[in-house]
Each structure stands twice: as C-alpha cells, then as structure tokens.
Write a protein that binds this ligand. Structure first.
Ligand code: DX5
Ligand code: ZN
Length: 213
C-alpha cells in the first residue's frame, strides 16, 4: 500500500487566519492540504474559489489537494491548476466526460482523481480506473464538516482498492477521527482527509499523530 498520508481539510479551520492555519498543520505533520470547493449547486454550501487558492499557495510547502464539489467541473479545472493546485479531484456524478477531464487535468500538470458520493457504486469508475492517479471516496455526503462517518463505505473502499492495485492513492473524506481511521486504513485507504477532528482539537500535532495510529 502507498504511504499513509494525512490531509487536513481547511473547511473546519479559522477562515480569518487561513495562512497561519496551513502553516500550523504543516508543522504538525500534514502531508497534503485539502481544500473543499463548493458551488452551492452540486453541494449545499459555498466556499472558496481560485483567487483564495492562489493566495494560500504561497503558505504551503506541501501539495494542495483541491476537491471540486461543483457542477460543470470542466469549466473550472484550468483556473484551479493556474491557482497552484497540485492534485485536482472532481465528482463522477458531476462530469459528463470524466475521461476527457482526467486527461485535461494531467495535461495541466496536476495529479487527477475522481470522487464518489456515498450513493455512487464503485462500478461507475471501473473503466476509468486505469486513467486516474487517485480515487476519493466520500464517507459522508458532501457539503459540511463534522458529519458522521457512513460505515457502509468500508466495503466500497475495499472494492476500489482492488480496482486501483497497491501503488495508487485511495483517499477518504468525511467523519475521519481516531476511531474511524484504523477502519478505513484496514479496508485499503491511505490518504485520510480530516477537518473537524484536526481543527477542533487542542493540539494539531496530537490529532494528526493519532490518525497515523
Ligand atoms: C465535506 C468535505 C470534507 C469536510 C470533512 O463535503 O469534502 O473535506 O471538510 O470534514 P470532517 O472531517 O469534519 O468530516
Ligand atoms: Zn473534501
């Protein structure tokens, strides 16, 4: 399995101090910074766009993992790549031509991945599996931090790990804490997104280390 990586989600950080929050989690051992981009249509929330990602890029010495929860992701990948994204993932449910979009993201110099909502079966990406750098499995419904982990996703993680083989990253997002982290890792995940668990803790260092188990 690829190296275990922890990707704190800025959604639960202090938005008035984003640059400082990034530096604090990097000092605490974050491997990636996870950025949640929502348009109020695909996901019931509005967050940040390319200008904010661009401003934050200067504060990060680790990869910027941009999770697009947008309708028509085709219209936005160039802007996020230009803003400094290192990894761009988009939802299978939002893209009409996912293979074309994966190719576009890679042509822009980024790693490319597909995201699956809880209700989307893994079969939907079976024929894309050869074309992705990573897959992100939502373990809550997209939109908000602090939701409860959906345990039925453990079986999906196992199925997608079998599709991806042992070399590529399998990311999980939603409800990850010290109790659910060992379960998702046992099922085959190796990139753990955690928002409220990390940013809601008194010590980012202890929170990130506890996720590494
Ligand atoms: C939810 C976002 C997540 C969110 C996770 O739509 O994709 O990245 O920040 O938050 P927690 O870790 O609190 O479940
Ligand atoms: Zn996310």
């Amino acid at each position: 399995m690829p190296k275990l990586k922890i990707a704190p989600s800025l959604l639960s950080s202090d938005f008035s101090r984003l640059g400082e929050e990034i530096q604090a989690v990097i000092e605490a051992g974050a491997d990636w910074i996870h950025l949640d981009i929502m348009d109020g249509h695909f996901a019931p929330n509005l967050t940040i766009g390319p200008p904010v990602v661009s401003a934050l890029r200067r504060h990060s010495t680790v990869p910027m993992d941009v999770h697009l929860m947008l309708d028509n992701p085709e219209e936005f990948v160039d802007d996020f790549a230009n803003a400094g994204a290192d990894i761009i993932t988009f939802h299978a449910e939002a893209s009409r031509h996912p293979h074309r979009l994966l190719t576009r993201i890679r042509d822009l110099g980024c790693k490319a991945g597909v995201v699956l909502n809880p209700g989307t079966p893994p079969d939907d990406i079976e024929f894309l599996a050869d074309s992705v750098d990573l897959v992100l499995i939502m373990t809550v419904n997209p939109g908000f931090g602090g939701q409860k982990f959906i345990s039925g996703m453990l079986r999906k993680i196992e199925l997608v790990r079998a599709m991806l083989g042992e070399e590529r990253d399998l990311e999980v997002d939603g409800g990850i804490d010290q109790h659910t982290a060992p379960q998702v890792v046992a099922a085959g995940a190796n990139v753990l997104v955690a928002g409220s668990y990390v940013f809601g803790s008194d010590s980012y260092l202890e929170a990130i280390e506890s996720l590494r188990g």
